[in-house]
Design a binder for this molecule. Structure first.
Ligand SMILES: Cc1cc2nc3c(=O)[nH]c(=O)nc-3n(C[C@H](O)[C@H](O)[C@H](O)COP(=O)(O)OP(=O)(O)OC[C@H]3O[C@@H](n4cnc5c(N)ncnc54)[C@H](O)[C@@H]3O)c2cc1C
Length: 302
């Protein structure tokens, strides 16, 4: 329970603690009510201490990356939301083709680093607006690339505050899933093995994929990317939604993007409730007309 003693213990950890923090500020959807408490943690020691304090006071915690795959409830999040910064934002070249990267680093930052080192393998991730931790949790992927193809090990802190690691073959990666899915283990850093390649080739590929993204996706509108998972090999949620005549359909401020039917955009001050209603409507119509059940890729929180 969050009480004075709990809050004082957090403050003693010398962290910046925000109370009633609007989650709309921390999600790419720009939607979400207040988190009871929000903090950025800069090192593993404070992370461990905070987890143990939460455990002792039975306060739930939630780790957020860059909030690009989240729909946070209008009622916000009970408990503590943790964001990684400081040492979790560092990137190191371990040898000629191996990078160790903190979980708080943006995929964009990691891609730029790899490009600078003339290391190839992460080009597919250029344009995915998440963090390295979120990308591993989700096994993010695009344009025939997936995080699982380049990760060799992941270090994390479990819900008892213990530092642990998984080698590649224990990461249980599959489509938008990893061993971390639906656990409260916190990824702290990730090791990537890449392939040396001339920088111009890497730059060209990154540019090509970014152009494709810009042409196809409503990247200038608040969203959480693709709302639904692909329902099967070579079956695309966007195509089904469009065939059902739902392109541009809206509920409240939430709209099926007119540029990419797999995206719901926050068109004007959408609430999480608007988005949820729209998701349900899409699922019902697609099931009625196509007999296919669409499952969400976006994570509901709070
Ligand atoms: C415009 C747009 C385009 C997108 N394109 C793509 C795409 O092409 N491919 C794709 O796969 N996704 C895409 N996405 C979705 C999203 O960017 C990815 O899912 C990304 O990996 C989420 O990372 P995040 O840091 O934002 O995670 P968040 O959204 O903050 O969190 C997602 C989940 O990861 C968990 N998590 C985050 N950090 C950690 C950590 N350190 N330890 C443990 N768990 C953690 C959270 O608890 C949550 O359950 C897109 C989104 C947008 C808005």
């Amino acid at each position: 329970m969050i009480n004075e003693i709990f809050l004082n213990l957090l403050k003693q950890q010398n962290i910046d603690l925000l109370l009633n923090e609007p989650m709309s500020k921390h999600t790419t959807f720009h939607i979400g009510g207040n988190a009871d408490c929000f903090c950025e943690l800069k090192d593993s020691r404070s992370l461990k201490n905070i987890i143990l304090i939460c455990k002792e006071y039975s306060v739930p915690y939630f780790i957020i990356g860059l909030g690009s795959n989240l729909l946070v409830s209008d009622n916000g999040i009970r408990g503590l939301v943790i964001k990684l910064s400081g040492e979790f934002n560092s990137i190191t070249l371990l040898d000629d083709n191996t990078i160790r990267c903190g979980a708080g680093v943006s995929l964009a930052g990691l891609c730029v680093f790899a490009r600078k080192m003339s290391l190839s393998g992460l080009e597919f991730a250029w344009g995915i607006p998440g963090s390295v931790g979120g990308a591993v949790y989700m096994n993010a992927g695009a344009y025939n690339g997936e995080i699982k193809n380049v990760v060799t090990s992941v270090r994390y802190i479990d819900n008892q505050g213990n530092k642990k690691s998984y080698p590649k073959d224990e990461l249980d990666f599959s489509y938008r899933h990893s061993v971390f899915t639906d656990t409260d283990n916190i990824i702290t850093d990730v090791t990537f093995k890449l392939v040396p390649k001339p920088q111009e080739i890497i730059i060209d590929r990154m540019q090509e994929l970014m152009n494709r993204r810009k042409a196809k996706q409503p990247i200038n509108h608040p969203s959480a990317g693709s709302i639904f998972k692909r329902p099967g090999e070579n079956i695309y949620a966007a195509a089904l939604i469009e065939e059902c005549g739902l392109k541009g359909f809206s509920i409240g401020g939430a709209e099926v993007s007119t540029k990419h039917s797999g995206f719901i955009v926050n068109d004007h001050n959408a609430t999480a409730q608007d988005v949820k209603k729209l998701i349900k409507h899409i699922q019902d119509v697609v099931f009625e007309q196509k007999g296919i059940k669409l499952c969400c890729e976006v994570k509901f929180v709070g």
